[in-house]
Ligand binder design. Structure first.
Ligand code: M6R
Length: 362
């Protein structure tokens, strides 16, 4: 049932080229610079839209953070992301001009359902991005886009994160095109990036041995810091969550620029730093912050765009050129790193202590 893999998590990491193909299948019209997500909004709603508010928890929240930047850049609409359990419809907001997007793999997360209910009560239009047909969230929202990643058994979300981001990126293009904020040529370039995503992820998976070695060499750190900028931030946060969840090691993700505002005090030769140094993640500036950590003796591992080079890195993972989804591809290295660190420690990877796949209490 695990298809020859020791753990569902590793199987699901390796399924990503195929699950992403399913996510994208029949939805990209690259030549026309458009997408078909089979979702409809009332006439004029998108044109008048003032704000997209994404609500989600855990990994889905990080997918939302990635997407918010895409909504702002591609769809020209203000986009905010809130941890679902913290979400309230504050004064000064305009419910009738707001789209609340719930991102939830299971469609059953109580915190996220609670946020959707508060949004509905405030009069906002609600939308779900989920993996699960017939899930509770689909019955509570005005519209749904399915991410089609297939069943995910491992408690740690992996392939569903990739498919969430890909689906939200398509939604951003659709909204941008509808609002006239995104020209056909720019849309085409994003869709080409998305079309290249499954192949790029496969190239990363082919480098698993390099990650296994890095995990063996650096996996005994006292703590692990993940950093990035722009689209690299949600990936850094997700990389840290994955590692802490399955290895029980202390891991934190930061916006790289924040290192010097506090966390740098924790950096020692025993705290490896993992950095997202790709296109879309302001790599050169991030590298400056990585250097600050290296000066304090920390080993540095980086996910670097193909063709770029940072000579001082201790380990450099190459990320194929796929534009706005490069940080998402870099994330696959971080998934593999978390997996191998946890596996070397003999952890219960598919069922980490204290955690459930679907959290149905608030
Ligand atoms: O089913 P959901 O996407 O709503 O779940 C949200 C979180 O509980 C989930 O992403 C959790 O953080 C994962 N175990 C992380 O790997």
């Amino acid at each position: 049932e695990k298809g020859g893999y020791d753990h569902y998590m590793r199987k699901e990491i390796h399924e990503q080229p195929e699950s992403l193909r399913q996510t994208l299948a029949g939805r990209l019209d690259v030549d026309a610079g458009d997408v078909d997500l089979d979702v409809s909004f009332p006439p004029g709603f998108l044109a008048d839209l003032e704000e997209i508010r994404i609500v989600a928890c855990g990994t889905s929240y990080y997918a939302g953070r990635y997407a918010a930047r895409l909504f702002e850049d591609l769809a020209g609409v203000r986009a905010t992301v809130e941890i679902a359990s913290e979400y309230e419809f504050g004064a000064g907001r305009t419910p009738d001009r707001t789209l609340v997007v719930a991102v939830t793999q299971s469609g059953e997360t109580a915190d996220t359902l609670g946020a959707v209910r508060r949004a509905n009560a405030a009069g906002a239009r609600t939308f779900a991005v989920t993996n699960t047909l017939g899930s509770t969230v689909t019955r509570e929202v005005d519209g749904t886009a399915f991410i089609r990643a297939g069943p995910e058994i491992g408690v740690a979300a992996t392939k569903t994160f990739a498919s969430q981001v890909a689906t939200l990126a398509m939604l951003a293009v659709a909204v941008g095109r509808d609002r006239g904020a995104l020209g056909a040529a720019d849309a085409r370039s994003v869709l080409e990036d998305l079309r290249g995503l499954p192949g790029a992820v496969q190239q990363v998976l082919d480098e698993e041995e390099q990650v296994r070695e890095a995990a063996r060499e650096y996996g005994d750190g006292e703590a692990f810091f993940f950093v990035g900028r722009a689209l690299g931030v949600p990936v850094a946060l997700e990389g840290a969550l994955k590692l802490k969840e399955i290895s029980y090691d202390h891991a934190e993700g930061f916006a790289a620029g924040e290192l010097k505002h506090g966390p740098l005090a924790l950096v020692t030769p025993e705290t490896p730093v993992l950095a997202v140094l790709t296109d879309g993640a302001r790599a050169d500036e991030t590298m400056n912050n990585v250097t600050e950590a290296q000066t304090r003796g920390a080993p540095a591992l980086g996910c670097v765009s193909a063709g770029d080079e940072y000579d001082t890195l201790d380990v450099s993972f190459e990320v194929p050129d796929v534009g706005v989804v490069e940080p998402l591809v870099a994330n696959v290295y971080l998934q593999l790193f978390a997996y191998h660190v946890a596996n070397d420690k003999g952890r219960a990877i598919d069922k980490p202590r204290n955690l459930a796949k679907s959290v149905t209490v608030e």
